[in-house]
Design a binder for this molecule. Structure first.
Ligand code: XMP
Length: 507
């Protein structure tokens, strides 16, 4: 495996993804919490950072454990750090270096630079630059403005690069990382979804023995893949609970429950619609609604868990981005924009041990594992859907009547996206019920009814998103169908806001 030490760069997770794409396992750890270096660790990558090595209090890493012993690649801050700690000098750049650049000089005989084409395009993002390198450093790439774009410490396996190979704008970044990880570190490329599934099932068997495990299914990819892995390991000792909170899409509860049963999962569907509607009665504040939905879910799930005699474990579909400890080098952790209740901890009153089979996976890897395990496409390819469901897509108070109207409108929208072949191209789509009414005319009658907004976004991870430019003809067709078929709606609008500054959901 490859160990990635994080100095807080916004790109650290991307480095990990690139390594995984080579079918090599890797882990990200904060620079100041280096895990024990075991025999499986074949190389170390030091990430970039928003800090400057020249600052007082700049992140320091105790690298004696691996420096000179294992192959080491410093990226940006990591490269400057190694250079400075070996006697080189790092100074502010005269010109700030952001964006595209080309490598005018490449030492093509150097193993790190193997197969890089002349003038390879790279992506720079730095305010400091390495001015001087010690005598035993060899410069292996330069641009017209950055002399030390890459270096190799002679007679060692230590390398530094000033640019970011992990971003797609560094066109040959993948080749460079492959040179380091496969040729220099000697990692084998055997970390595949099938290998992951086999190893995980074997270790779950050993960890859980004959114990009983309870898991809440949501209909989403993560909990479904976690359930399948556990089911393959312990069979019917896995007790799945799928709660109908009355805030799911039209027919979703029934159809997903059916899919789970077909997969052979030991699953119990719990109809708790009325309890959720009662908890939401009179609430209009988005955060209060989220808390009410989250709290009610915990009550119901806890009651279900108590019905399983001697249950010892709680399984969760937590994935790697939720686990990685973020390094906050400049200032504190980011502000809470919305409380996503399902990434919180375990409620105190559920004294169960936690098992999280997907803790080391990124979202796209969860999908690949799911596919390897035979999870059907209707679950694998499903758009992300928030835990509080339609509860946060009905602005203001939630009532069963509004849910029914929204479900119909949303159904028409999503089915039309599917028919147009656009469902899989859109990252997430949904319909929002607005808390206003507007005047319309139907036949000779004046109407005064509700407005829904359609939302469709493109995104990679939900952190940033752009609105989709859906064809006008399609929007026209959807609007027509909704207004003609869904009683209670006389106006449809389309949301053309990106995130930031808007968010994907409206509440
Ligand atoms: P926002 O609205 O913050 O959404 O731009 C980003 C992504 O997160 C989803 N989302 C949630 N998911 N529980 C969830 O499980 C929540 O409370 C929640 N709120 C938003 C949203 O659907 C989008 O994919």
């Amino acid at each position: 495996k490859i160990l990635i030490l994080d100095f807080g760069s916004q790109y650290t997770q991307l480095i990990a993804r690139r390594v995984r794409e080579l079918n090599v396992y890797c882990e990200i750890h904060p620079f100041n919490k280096i895990p024990a270096i075991d025999e499986y660790t074949k190389g170390v990558i030091l990430s970039g950072s928003p800090s400057s090595v020249r600052q007082e209090g700049a992140p320091q890493v105790d690298f004696n454990q691996f420096h000179g012993k294992l192959p080491l690649l410093g990226v940006c801050y990591g490269a400057q750090y190694i250079a400075q700690h070996s006697g080189g000098s790092v100074l502010p750049s005269e010109i700030r270096e952001y964006g595209r650049a080309n490598l005018d000089y490449i030492h093509s005989n150097n193993p790190l630079m193997k197969d890089l084409p002349a003038k390879s395009q790279v992506w720079m993002s730095h305010g400091d630059t390495i001015k001087e390198v010690p005598a035993n450093f060899e410069i292996i790439a330069s641009t017209d403005t950055v002399k030390v774009a890459a270096y190799h410490v002679k007679d060692s396996q230590t390398y530094g690069i000033q640019f970011h190979p992990e971003v797609t704008h560094s066109l040959d970044g993948k080749t460079l990382l492959q040179n380091f990880i496969i040729d220099i570190c000697g990692c084998s490329q055997d970390w595949t979804p099938f290998a992951f599934a086999d190893e995980t099932i074997a270790s779950l068997k050993e960890q859980l023995g004959n114990d009983k495990v309870v898991l809440a299914l949501s209909g989403g990819v993560d909990s479904s893949v976690a359930a399948l892995l556990l089911h393959k390991a312990i069979g019917n000792n896995l007790y799945c609970v799928f709660v109908d909170n009355g805030l799911l899409r039209k027919n979703e509860f029934e159809s997903v429950l059916e899919s789970y049963k077909t997969l052979g999962l030991n699953v119990k569907g719990v109809d708790a619609k009325d309890q959720f509607y009662a908890a939401l009665k009179g609430l209009t504040d988005p955060e209060k609604k989220r808390k009410a939905i989250g709290g009610k879910f915990i009550d119901i799930f806890d009651a279900e868990a108590h019905l399983i005699q001697d249950v010892k474990w709680l399984a969760q579909g937590t994935i790697y981005p939720d686990v990685i400890e973020s390094v906050s080098v400049n200032g504190g952790p980011s502000a809470t924009i919305k409380s996503h209740h399902n990434v919180g901890g375990l409620p105190d009153f559920m004294k169960l041990k936690v098992v999280e089979p997907l803790r080391s996976l990124f979202k796209d890897e969860v999908r690949r594992v799911g596919r390897a395990l035979g999870l059907p496409e209707n679950i694998l390819g499903r758009h992300p859907f928030p835990g509080p469901g339609l509860g946060i897509r009905i602005l203001g108070e939630v009532t069963p009547e509004k849910v029914a109207i929204l479900q119909e409108a949303d159904y028409i929208y999503i089915e039309n996206l599917r028919k147009a072949g656009l469902y899989d191209k859109v990252w997430q789509a949904g319909t929002i019920f607005l808390p206003i009414q507007s005047v319309g005319v139907m036949g000779d009658e004046r109407t005064y009814e509700n407005v829904v907004s359609l939302r469709a976004v493109e995104s990679v991870d939900g952190m940033t998103a752009d609105w989709c430019h859906l064809p006008y003809e399609l929007l026209a067709k959807i609007s027509n169908e909704i207004i003609n078929n869904v009683k209670g709606i006389n106006r449809v609008v389309y949301d053309i806001s990106s995130k930031p500054p808007a968010t994907i959901e409206w509440e």
